[in-house]
Ligand binder design. Structure first.
Ligand SMILES: C[S@@+](CC[C@H](N)C(=O)[O-])C[C@H]1O[C@@H](n2cnc3c(N)ncnc32)[C@H](O)[C@@H]1O
Length: 240
């Protein structure tokens, strides 16, 4: 089951179309609405990459490629493949990668994270940042990731949660239910993309519940860390 809300379940099957619509303003709004803290969250993920040389990484739901670019800066990462269903998002990622001279290290491919069009045992690291809650079948995606990881490989996921602290939760809930959708919808010019995106956060498993999904899918050494009061969580799991 992917969502408790039937309307969200239907929209998740084609959520990449929403991202096609908002691709041009995505990066600007991402950094504005997160007040730049997304950069810190991506760098925290980088610290959890295995200490092994010559790693090949797959960044699913790569969007405009920010995490793929961050990964390429890790001393042990040799190659990154960014995969997404939104051509609009990926084409912005391709331009950024070319401008940074990283096109020999980072490649992109259009593909579905729930039916990954790649061979078994082919990557050392798989990452997803703020993507999995948009997938129509996140549990299937976790099983697919296990399939494409090499033995000894690691999955690292960043995804939103809700802060546990009462006060922080109250302030954050107001910000993200009202202010963030208002600014996001206004700047992107999309009727309700940012309202939809926020509903997907409140509807999705986080913390121990999501870690349990990873264990059910077959991952080992599953752990999670709350980042910034639990607004975001960093999950990791290994393939034996
Ligand atoms: C919120 S964006 C995150 C993008 C990027 N990872 C980041 O951190 O900015 C979610 C991305 O998930 C992609 N997506 C949604 N469903 C997908 C699927 N089934 N397979 C691959 N990508 C998908 C969307 O197209 C979108 O680019």
């Amino acid at each position: 089951m992917s969502s408790n809300n039937p309307n969200l379940s239907i929209r998740k099957k084609e959520s990449f179309k929403i991202f096609d619509d908002i691709a041009k303003t995505y990066d600007f709004l991402n950094h504005l609405l997160s007040m730049g803290i997304d950069v810190y969250w991506r760098n925290r993920l980088l610290k959890r990459i295995q200490n092994k040389a010559e790693l090949e990484a797959l960044d699913l739901a790569t969007g405009t490629g920010d995490l793929a670019i961050t990964l390429s800066k890790h001393k042990h990462v040799k190659k990154v493949l960014g995969m997404d269903l939104s051509k609009g998002m990926v084409s912005i990622g391709e331009t950024k990668v070319k401008d940074k001279g990283l096109d020999k290290v980072i490649n992109f491919q259009i593909g579905d994270a729930c039916n990954i069009p790649l061979e078994d045992n082919s990557f050392d690291v798989v990452t997803i940042s703020f993507g999995i809650r948009n997938f129509p079948d996140p549990k299937k995606s976790l099983r697919e990731i296990l399939r494409v990881l090499k033995p000894g490989g690691r999955l690292l996921i960043l995804e939103f949660g809700m802060p546990k602290n009462f006060l922080v939760n109250a302030v954050y809930t107001f910000y993200f239910r009202y202010l963030l959708p208002f600014v996001g919808n206004l700047v992107s010019g999309h009727g309700d993309a940012y309202t939809y995106l926020n509903k997907t956060v409140e509807d999705f498993a986080y913390g121990q519940d999501f870690a349990d999904w990873m264990k059910e899918a077959g991952f080992n050494n599953v752990k999670f860390e709350e980042l910034t009061f639990g607004i975001s969580n960093l999950y990791r799991g290994d393939k034996l």
